[in-house]
Design a protein around this ligand. Structure first.
Ligand code: PMP
Length: 449
């Protein structure tokens, strides 16, 4: 740790956790990055098993993206898009996204600066859709326990983890939650995927009926829950959800902030199950960490109703200073070019399957590793006190942190989140690097009590 940062490290708050580090200064200070690796202040080169924060999908320090950013900075670093103003890169990126999402019949994009913005935009505009469509009483949202939808007030309210609620209530009214389709832990102790889908759909329908089918604007969920612990639903779950929502005429918002652009092994997480959402929330992988960017994409049903409205519901009274930021759009165009040319969804599928195979034997070997699960290059290791009861470790014991620290000593960064270790490396990960991650974790589990 550099002496010179001793004071500075108390001068800002770290997001999501203790505001400032303890006196031992165990902060990891990253100073540079390249490809799938980052280097810390002590010159340790670490394989980035976290991929920044599930977002550096194309790897670090790519010349193509830097060149696109520099070119755009030289031409036009920034101009606003309110007041009917535009610029070439926002047209290029909107074209690109709408082309990419033709299978979903998507027709318009509203840009923002990140995932929380993208979710907030989706929630607000879904309410606007119902005003435009002549059903203004449809204002409620239904979502999943355990879900993470960012930190704005709407996203917090539809989020399903209490720790994000406790300091910030009262939350938005009219948000209802149902259980997550999670085979490893669910209230029915159900271990059969088909049966679990049935339980979840029955509960969803009961809640819709109880709160009034005509009062719901939308159901929002992550195709694969990320921050909640990489929870992959049974194959039958998403098609059944779409069918039920159609029955009650409720919109489907897919929060693809993590799963968008390849992480789960398909270009969209929802495509992995052949399910078609009405609204997509995108961020992270769209610009892969090079510049902040968010996008909310709407299908034709929604945009037709809003654009054909003859009253105020035809106005878009929502947007940000940085909506369609030219440099962010230029970065995203270069990033998406790489995602497509290098078939990163395909690589995530292949290398993710290999990494999972390499990690699965560790479950037999180590008493406190209850489960390895995931899809593509989003994986979680579930830490338990007792495999038979599946009781999670006490997060205050710091076991996950000790495992992550030991993996770091072996040259690999992984992310401890309470009772889980999360793996979300760049989608450019190679088979050799996946083996290196698995080996570092095996050594970590062997050495930590
Ligand atoms: N939705 C999901 C599914 C996310 O995982 C995240 C961030 N991890 C967000 C929304 C919020 O994104 P941001 O942190 O960019 O605001």
């Amino acid at each position: 740790m550099f002496e010179k940062y001793k004071t500075a490290q108390k001068r800002f708050w770290h997001p999501m956790g203790p505001p400032t580090p303890g006196n031992n200064g165990d902060t990891l200070i990253i100073t540079s990055s390249d490809g799938n690796y980052v280097t810390d202040v002590d010159n340790n080169r670490l394989l980035d098993g976290v991929g920044g924060l599930w977002n550096v999908n194309i790897g670090h320090n790519r010349v193509e993206v830097k060149a696109a950013i520099n070119k755009q900075m030289d031409e036009l670093a920034y101009y606003q898009m309110f007041d009917g103003i535009a610029h070439p890169r926002v047209y290029d990126l909107a074209d690109k996204l709408i082309e990419m999402f033709q299978p979903e019949d998507m027709s318009r994009v509203l840009f923002s600066s990140g995932g929380s913005d993208a979710v907030e935009t989706a929630l607000k505009l879904s309410r606007q859709y119902w005003i435009a469509a002549g059903e203004p009483k449809r204002t409620k949202f239904i979502s999943l326990r355990n879900a993470y939808h960012g930190v704005h007030m709407g996203g917090t309210s539809v989020g399903g983890n209490n720790v994000y609620h406790m300091n910030h209530g009262p939350l938005l009214a009219g948000c209802v939650q149902v259980d997550t389709p999670w085979l490893y832990r669910n209230p029915w102790d159900c271990e059969d995927p088909e049966q679990l889908t049935k339980h979840c759909i029955r509960q969803l329908e009961e809640q819709i009926q109880f709160h009034g089918p005509d009062s719901f604007a939308a159901f929002i969920a992550e195709p694969v829950q990320g921050a909640g612990g990489v929870i992959v639903p049974p194959d039958s779950y998403w098609p059944a959800v779409r069918e039920l929502l159609n029955k009650y005429n409720i919109l489907l918002i897919a929060d693809e902030v993590v799963t968008g652009f390849g992480r789960s092994g398909c270009m969209l997480g929802s495509r992995g199950w052949g399910v078609v959402p009405d609204i997509l929330c995108l961020a992270k992988g769209i610009s892969a960490g090079y510049i902040p960017l968010g996008a909310t994409v709407f299908n034709k049903r929604i945009t037709d109703a809003i654009e054909n409205s003859q009253d105020f519901s035809g106005m878009i009274m929502h947007g940000y200073t940085y909506s369609g930021h030219p440099t962010a759009c230029a970065a995203a165009l270069a990033v998406l070019d790489i995602v497509e040319k290098e078939d990163l969804p395909g690589n995530a599928k292949k290398v993710g399957a290999h990494l999972k195979e390499a990690l699965l034997p560790l479950v037999e070997k180590f008493a406190h590793l209850g489960e390895v699960r995931g899809k593509g290059l989003m994986l979680a290791l579930d830490l338990v006190v007792d495999k038979a009861t599946r009781e999670p470790v006490n997060p205050m014991d710091g076991y996950a942190n000790r495992i992550a620290e030991a993996a770091k000593q072996n040259g690999v960064l992984v992310r401890p989140v309470g009772t889980k270790i999360i793996l979300s490396p760049p989608l450019t990960l190679t088979i050799e690097e996946a083996d290196k991650m698995a080996a570092a974790l095996e050594t970590a589990f062997s050495s930590v009590n």
